[in-house]
Design a protein around this ligand. Structure first.
Ligand SMILES: Nc1ncnc2c1ncn2[C@@H]1O[C@H](COP(=O)(O)OP(=O)(O)OP(=O)(O)O)[C@@H](O)[C@H]1O
Ligand SMILES: [Mg+2]
Length: 206
């Protein structure tokens, strides 16, 4: 079964008087448990496609089906719920919450999901330990290096066990757990049953 199906996705942005075509009829399927990587030059529409696939943005035309749910038909609140429970995003710019510590950033999604506080804290600490951030629980993003911030972002994306991870260039920091090729940095993901591949841009499903 496919976890994602995209059919003829088109997206145009208006930049002043200029119409910028970001996506022009993209179709692809991703099998459950599989992975794909999207590679392309800067500005070719990779982030736009990931955002549309994960329900963060909508296509002008075309159809997106995520885990059997047709996103075109969903209300904003259903879409938000689907994202919360099923999709882990690793954003290109990390998008950590600046006033929260590393631990609180990782806990935050679970807080929204209603996970009890002790469980939340334990899971957040365990995953931060896994990505090598045991000593930085209480530091805010501004007190972390780029690579450390990226690892917090990876931890946040996978801690609540989403059925798909949409990872937008999580490989650009050498300390990223997804950095290619050091196998030691992959092992914790593979241990958890995740599979991934890369050509510069990543997507992971389990
Ligand atoms: N919100 C927006 N408003 C206007 N134009 C946008 C917007 N978002 C993206 N674009 C334009 O759409 C095109 C695709 O952008 P996108 O961010 O998807 O590219 P990308 O492949 O992820 O690039 P990069 O490798 O630099 O991250 C670009 O030309 C960009 O300028
Ligand atoms: Mg991008």
């Amino acid at each position: 079964m496919n976890i994602v199906e995209c059919r003829d996705i088109k997206k145009t942005y208006q930049q002043g008087n200029v119409a910028v075509v970001a996506l022009d009829g993209v179709s692809l399927d991703i099998k459950r448990g599989g992975f794909i990587a999207i590679a392309g030059p800067s500005g070719s529409g990779k982030t736009t496609l990931l955002n549309i696939m994960g329900g963060l943005d909508s296509a002008d035309t075309g159809e997106v089906v995520l885990d059997g749910n047709r996103l075109n038909d969903m209300s904003q609140s259903k879409l938000a719920d689907l994202r919360l429970r099923g999709v882990g995003f690793i954003f290109q710019a990390y998008n950590l919450i600046p006033v929260l510590s590393a631990l609180e950033n990782v806990e935050y999604v679970m807080l929204l999901q209603g996970v009890p506080s002790t469980d939340r804290r334990n899971r957040a600490m365990a995953i931060l330990d896994d990505v090598g951030l045991k000593d930085t629980y209480h530091r805010r993003p501004a007190e972390l290096s780029g690579g450390q911030q990226q690892r917090v972002a990876v931890a946040r994306a996978i801690v609540s066990d989403p059925y798909i991870v949409l990872a937008d260039e999580p490989t650009n920091e050498k300390t990223s757990p997804l950095y290619f090729p050091p196998t030691t940095k992959w092992s914790w993901i593979l241990r958890g049953g995740w599979s991934c591949s890369m050509t510069g841009r990543w997507r992971m499903t389990r």
